[in-house]
Design a protein around this ligand. Structure first.
Ligand code: AMP
Ligand code: TRP
Length: 340
């Protein structure tokens, strides 16, 4: 069902749980900026409630929340055009989260692959929050009746779950209250892979720093990580089909395409026949030219934490103004007595 009765509204979020990576940038933040500039209402969150589903040192969490805000701003999000805030400051997320916990079925949660990946064999030792996390993510989106959710490929299942939750709520209470939001997953950067293993996602939490490019890395570090990226001895072919079975090579082509905003097809046509000894320096130059100004701007913004906190506070007030009436309506639908 595509919902036409709901005004288009974009919501997305990133966890302030580690360094922002090139994967977050190409898969998410870049899309956020594009959507902001289409004129649709855009709301972007630093999801600190999600971050504490695994242990976070309090001082680090504070620092990383501000760093993520600085990254949003440095990448082109404009607090005049988009609402930027940290999740914990708008209680409607947690409140709607509880309602949705009571709508979501255990059978649905048991299918969530991200929980299985994160918990591995230690599921018994994980927090209840980590297990319930996709239902809180649904609340993040539905507290704004958001219709579009730009995310990387790994979040597709969670947005689909959000649709199921919205649908079950509407069905159980016989209302047409929540929209079924659409995931927006496009471009060459929807799944950026580790530089050490082309079959694994580039991740903030990988123990090896060489596996990822962090948005705050300096030029030398970026160049070194690309130079050391795992590859194979073959030259680059002239078409993508011939990259089947060469995940690391394919990943570097995708990264080049993502940063330069071209299709992987266009990139492979330009670099056909090159050895990695030739291609890697090209990629390093491109990455440094694109990412260094963003890192410089992040450092500049981090010198004025008061200003970052002011922007987040203003965003939280504007977000709460949208979410609170929606939550109040949801409470009425559920049958809670309004006693004050
Ligand atoms: P997270 O860092 O898990 O909070 O992810 C924040 C956003 O970045 C989500 O939309 C993810 O899908 C996206 N993302 C994270 N890692 C990658 C990656 N390696 N490639 C593409 N998108 C990613
Ligand atoms: N679960 C997302 C991630 O780990 C982050 C997130 C939380 C999110 N709430 C959201 C993304 C709402 C989109 C919409 O990447």
């Amino acid at each position: 069902m595509t919902d036409t009765k709901f005004t288009p509204r974009v919501f997305s979020g990133i966890q302030p749980s580690g360094n922002l990576t090139l994967g977050n940038y190409l898969g998410a933040v870049r899309r956020f900026v594009e959507m902001q500039n289409t004129g649709i209402e855009t709301i972007y969150c630093m999801v600190d409630l999600h971050a504490i589903t695994v242990w976070q040192d309090p001082a680090d969490l504070r620092q990383r929340t501000r760093e993520l805000a600085a990254a949003y701003l440095a990448c082109g999000l404009d607090p005049q055009k988009s609402i930027l805030f940290n999740q914990s400051q708008v209680p409607a997320h947690a409140q709607l989260g509880w309602l949705l916990n009571c709508v979501t079925r255990l059978g649905w949660m048991n299918r969530m692959t991200q929980f299985k990946d994160k918990a591995g064999k230690n599921a018994e030792k994980m927090s209840l929050g980590l297990y319930a996390y996709p239902s809180l993510m649904a609340a993040d989106i539905l507290a704004y009746k958001a219709t579009h959710v730009p995310v990387g490929e790994d979040q597709k299942q969670h947005v689909e779950l959000t649709r199921d939750i919205a649908n079950k709520f509407n069905h159980d209470y016989k209302v047409d209250f929540f929209p079924e939001p659409e995931p927006i997953i496009d471009g060459a950067g929807t799944r950026v892979m580790s530089l050490r293993d082309g079959t694994k996602k580039m991740s903030k939490s990988d123990p090896s720093d060489l596996s990822r490019i962090n948005m705050m890395d300096d030029a030398d570090t970026i160049a070194k990580k690309i130079r050391k990226a795992k590859t194979d001895p073959e030259p680059l072919p002239d078409n993508l089909d011939d990259l089947a079975g060469r995940p690391e090579a394919r990943n570097l082509i995708n990264i080049y395409a993502g940063i330069s905003d071209q299709t992987p097809e266009a990139v492979i046509a330009q670099v056909a026949g090159q050895q990695f000894g030739q291609f890697k320096p090209l990629l390093a130059d491109l990455a440094v030219a694109h990412l260094s100004p963003i890192a410089d701007e992040m450092r500049r913004l981090m010198n004025d934490v008061t200003e970052i906190d002011r922007i987040l506070g203003d965003g939280a007030n504007r977000a709460a103004e949208i979410a609170e009436p929606i939550l109040a309506d949801a409470y009425d639908i559920v049958g809670f007595v309004r006693s004050r």
